[in-house]
Structure formats: C-alpha cells, structure tokens
Design a protein around this ligand. Structure first.
Ligand code: NAD
Ligand code: WQD
Length: 342
C-alpha cells in the first residue's frame, strides 16, 4: 500500500514509518516540521534502507495537500499531524483548535476529492478524562479537561459523522495510552523542545545530567505507592498497531475505535526504579505537589484491539527504559545535534 503519514516526522510518526516500510508499504510523509526535524526522516532511511517521500506541508493548506495527493497514488492515510502539549493548549486554545481541527477538515476534504477512503486517526486516552473505573474499555464515558483533549474528542465525533454519511469510508480512531521508549537502533526517539512535559523524557534528561532531579507530582493519590499510575506503551508496539489497523481496514467499511495500551498500570516511582535497573543510572527525585489536571490512575482494556486487529503490546516498560536511554545517551541534543554514529 501507498500510505500517507501526516505528522510522519514526529515521535510516533517516525516509528510508524519504520514499521510500515519494514512491512513492505510505501510511505509518503507530509509534515510542517512545526515540532520535528527532517533529520528524523534521514534516520528512518538509515534504519530501513528505504526512504519515505517527504513533503514539507501544513495540513491546513488544501492546495499543498492536493499537490501531495497528485504526486502519489495514495491508498490510505494515517493522520498523526497535530499539536499535542496539554499545558500549551490551555494557554493557546485558538491555536490548538485551528491547527488540529483545520488539519482534519482539510485532509478529509482532499481525501474525498481524490477518492481515498481509508483513514487511521491518532486519538488519545485523554478523551476518557478522569475514568470512573479501570481498565478502561472503549465504551467508557468521554469527557475532556483541556483544549488539546477536546480537539481529539471533536475529531472523533466528526469522523463518526463522516462515516455515517458515507458508508464507503473506512476509518479507525486509535486511542493511545502513554507512548514511551525509542527504536532499538537508538537512531530515533522522542525529541522534546524545551523542558519536557512528560515523565519519560524528563527522567532521561535527569539521567543524562541535563536536569538536576525529577519532580514527582504527588505521592498522596489513592494508588499502591501514592504516585500516579499510567499505561506506558512502547512506541514500537504502538507503531505496529497502525500497521495492524491498516490491514484491518482493507475490507471493512464504517467507523471504529480501539484502545492501544498494555492493560497494565505502572506508578511514577516504579518507572524510576525500572529505569535505574535497566540502565544502571541513578535518577534523583523529589516529591512535590500534584500537577493540576492530573488523574490518579489510567490504564486500558486492550481486548478489542487484540480481538479485532490481532494486536497486542509485546515490549515491556523495562525494554522502553533501555531504549530511551540508548537514544538519549547517543543523541544528547536530539536531532538538532550531530548525526548519530548509530
Ligand atoms: P509530535 O509532535 O512528535 O508529532 C506530530 C507531528 O505533526 C510533528 O512532526 C509536527 O511537526 C506535525 N504537525 C503538527 N501540526 C501540523 C500541521 N498542521 N501540518 C503538518 N504537520 C503538522 O507528536 P507525537 O507524540 O508523535 O504525536 C503524534 C500524534 O499522536 C498527535 O496527533 C498526538 O496528539 C497523538 N498522541 C500522542 C500521544 C503522546 O503521548 N505522544 C498520546 C496520544 C496521542
Ligand atoms: C505521567 C505520570 C504525572 C512528569 C499526557 C497527556 C495525555 C497523553 C500522554 C497525548 C503522571 C507524572 C510527569 C514529571 C511526574 N498525550 N509526572 N513528573 O499526564 O498521563 O498524559 O501524555 O494525548 O493527553 O495528558 O503523561 O508523562 O505527563 O505523566 O511525576 O516531571 O508522571 O503526574 O502521573 P500523562 P505524563
């Protein structure tokens, strides 16, 4: 298949490109590079020995997207492009709504013009808000607590409506839990700009000596050790989930939603311990107050993806710790630094 990856130069996009190329697909990347580097795509080529075609385009620009669809005979789209920083979205809601919603609407219109009907969308467990119970099935209630999450919820609703109006469409929303880790080659990984918002990039930068210590955001939650519990999913497993979703779409019309998670929860302090064990590097931490908006516990019921897509997470948090460290240690300045010797 000829697969268009919007946002394909980013963290999840590059790992997805690797898995799709290795599965024999051709990959076309459309990315504005607002939060990524073209170097990441050169690394994808080093890993797979095959390049992805790259177009630097903003998905909110219909003419630029038309040029991409005209240049390639696209069979299916994986739509990863979007802004994703929760805190930033609270301060810049208009930018988040404009970018994330406009990109989806523009993409859907251009897909329609070119007769492309298969779409996999990057949604998020953030659409469950503060869940009533865990593990969380796809049927759980939906609510959001920040504009970023609301863009995911709105887009899911739009996709449901589009599929209801045109029964020939084949659309899957994948609700990712917490992606972590890096490709085992150490050539690609998460490359946050500025101070990391998320736990694993922060741990990695503390281990590398770039930051003094980790702040553990609260140890008074109703969890076994008092710290927050999440479903951390290796990014390579997540990437393989997209390949499984594309295979599944091939002969099934309509709209479906799947959780991609492991079904297991891990606390912040367990993450610190697993990272130290996997790498032999000490990660100093201090417990501070809770981060506003955080929830105590969140982990997936992944049985639907196992049943329908034949997909299950295979890698562990310990694997992700080792891979995160290989990436961080080999690329201390991310993609902006010197090319890794790999
Ligand atoms: P990322 O920022 O590394 O990748 C997103 C890519 O989209 C970037 O390369 C960016 O340059 C590009 N982009 C943004 N707006 C664009 C536009 N208008 N046109 C073209 N390109 C644009 O983030 P990621 O972690 O790889 O996330 C990929 C997708 O998965 C996002 O939609 C994100 O919301 C979703 N998601 C991520 C997580 C997570 O924890 N990383 C969890 C759930 C869902
Ligand atoms: C994990 C745990 C923190 C940093 C976010 C988004 C979500 C999704 C994934 C896109 C929590 C604790 C963190 C730190 C800490 N993204 N923590 N010190 O909040 O579960 O999810 O990313 O869709 O929408 O909200 O992930 O990695 O930020 O936090 O103690 O410096 O680590 O309190 O318990 P989160 P996270």
């Amino acid at each position: 298949m000829n697969v268009l990856l919007t946002g394909g130069a980013g963290y999840i996009g590059t790992h997805t490109a690797v898995e799709l190329l290795e599965a024999g697909h051709d990959v076309v990347v459309a990315d504005s590079l607002v939060n990524s580097h073209e170097e990441a795509l050169r690394r994808v080529e080093r890993i797979t020995g095959r390049g992805a075609a790259f177009h630097r385009v903003d998905c909110t620009d219909p003419d630029a997207l038309r040029d991409v669809f005209s240049a390639h005979d696209i069979d299916a789209v994986v739509h990863l492009a979007g802004l994703k920083a929760v805190g930033e979205s609270v301060h810049q809601p208009l930018r988040y709504y404009r970018n994330n919603l406009d990109a989806l609407l523009t993409l859907a219109e251009v897909m329609n013009e070119f007769g492309v009907r298969d779409l996999v969308f990057s949604s998020s467990a953030t659409v469950y808000g503060d869940p009533e119970a865990v593990p969380i099935p796809e049927s759980a209630g939906l609510e959001t607590t920040n504009p970023y999450g609301t863009t995911k919820l709105f887009i899911e609703q739009m996709l449901r409506d589009l599929a209801a109006a045109d029964p020939s469409l084949r659309i899957i929303s994948l609700r990712y839990f917490n992606p972590i880790g890096a490709h085992a080659s150490g050539l690609i990984g998460e490359d946050p700009q500025g101070v990391p918002n998320n736990l694993f990039p922060y741990i990695a930068q503390v281990a590398a000596g770039r930051r003094d210590h980790l702040s553990v955001f609260g140890d008074d939650y109703d969890t076994p050790d008092g710290t927050g519990v999440r479903d951390y999913l290796h990014v390579v497993d997540l990437a393989r989930g997209h390949a499984a979703a594309l295979d599944h779409l091939a002969d099934r019309e309509g709209y479906r939603v799947y959780n991609l998670g492991t079904g297991r929860g891990t606390s912040v302090l367990e993450c610190v311990r697993l990272f130290e064990e996997a790498t032999g590097v000490h990660v100093p931490y201090r417990v501070t107050g809770r981060r506003p908006g955080d929830i105590a516990v969140c982990y997936a019921d992944p049985t639907a993806a196992a049943h329908d897509l034949g997909w299950k997470a295979q890698l562990t948090v310990a694997d992700a710790c080792a891979d995160t460290w290989r990436w961080q240690d080999g690329n201390p300045r991310g993609f902006a630094g010197e090319p890794s010797e790999g």
